[in-house]
Ligand binder design. Sequence first.
Ligand SMILES: [Zn+2]
Length: 478
Amino acid sequence: MTMRTHSASVIVPVPSNIRLTNEKFPLDHLRHWYLDPDFAVLAPDLERLFRTLDISCTPSAENEADFILRMGSDPVPDVWRMTVSSSGITAEAGERGGARYAVDALTQMLFASVLTAGRASALLDGAEIQDAPRFSWRGFHLDSARHFQDTATIKRVLRVLAHFRINVFHWHLTDNQGWRFAGKTVPLLDGEGTWSCGQYTPDDLREIAGYARDLGIRIVPEVDVPGHSARLLAKYPQFACDPAAPGSEWCLGNPDSLEFLKRILSELMDLFPDSPVIHIGGDEAETDHWEKCPMCQAAMRERNLHSMRELENDFMVRLSRFVAERGRSPMIWGTCSGQVYPPDTIIQVWLDIREPLKIAAHGNKMVYSVHNSLYFDYPANLSESWEPWMFELSERGVYMTDPYIIWPEKVKDFMLGTEACLWTEAVQQHRVMSKIFPRIFAYSECAWSQPERKSYADLVRRRELLEASGLTDYLKGL
Ligand SMILES: [Zn+2]
């Protein structure tokens, strides 16, 4: 026997506003559904939902429907509202993002209701729900360079992310251990990798981009330079300071480096025409090769710079200008080495909780990914194996994360939102879902919900109920 809970009190992430009523709508009365034609992309989701839960509900005209999802007058992205009454379910959104989230909320309510009451007597309780996101950037990053994931796995990940209202997929496509997109500019780079093999063809990328678009997810593709480039430089050693021992860093003093990188980025932008933001890396480059390189030394002097870190900054600013000139927004990992970028460059904070103060002072927008709060490769508990650089990252720890930290007045105008990062040095393809679940429930409330609506104890209650209902397996496509 399971305690019945009000069916609107199961939704993850918790909505901004819910008014509960005493009305009941039995699932047996759910016979017909109607979608606004602009939301037709959601029809397969509804069909699968009703089929899975054994609900005989078919499309109809609006005036005959018991579930109606109509176009609202409020075009604000991702906003949705829903009323459940004894006569049916009516939802409204001003665009597709909000419409999808209404269907996802309905999905959770139906799964929970069937679990707690049994299919024969399942019902939805009356409610009026209004919802809007706290942040416009609700990101998830996946490293496909260290361990490759095939197209089917990427699609499963995207489907899960969309359900939890994640709207940015930051895709780490290159690193020391692998180069994952096939391109005309770099024909020598195949899918060979240090720990796994595989590469996305242009057709794979187009297919995934289309899939993400239909789910309301923007892809932020990343080519990580000037460090993290051992795989490329092994095949193209002429762009390293020492071609005999190329290492991981591009030669910053060789003018051909920048030109070759521009060609690579042009091709990447052509492969992702819908991506408004292009990530160019910028993290963890070592200066050793540059210090010993005559070309890097000469470039530093010519540009009146005083250190290799300044030369690196200059190189990345030039690359970011190229991205900006092509009409995209450049994005770069933040560092603590004093780098400063033009204000149109988005900075991803990952290393230090004090970085947001500095970034806001420089006028850059930022995304919050500080590692010990949001790196999903870190162990969820210490029964998992871990690497020396990792901290324990419990569900509770994720839940407590707030991108404003303790400086809301100083940073909030610059904070676009959050991004959880799944690096894969230690995560093979078959463990990807086990790293996403169950912390994605907690993360979705960090990214979406207002702080005053959050309660960890209540999140655990809702998460356990939804997991028991079969929702997790349903989302994974099992
Ligand atoms: Zn050099």
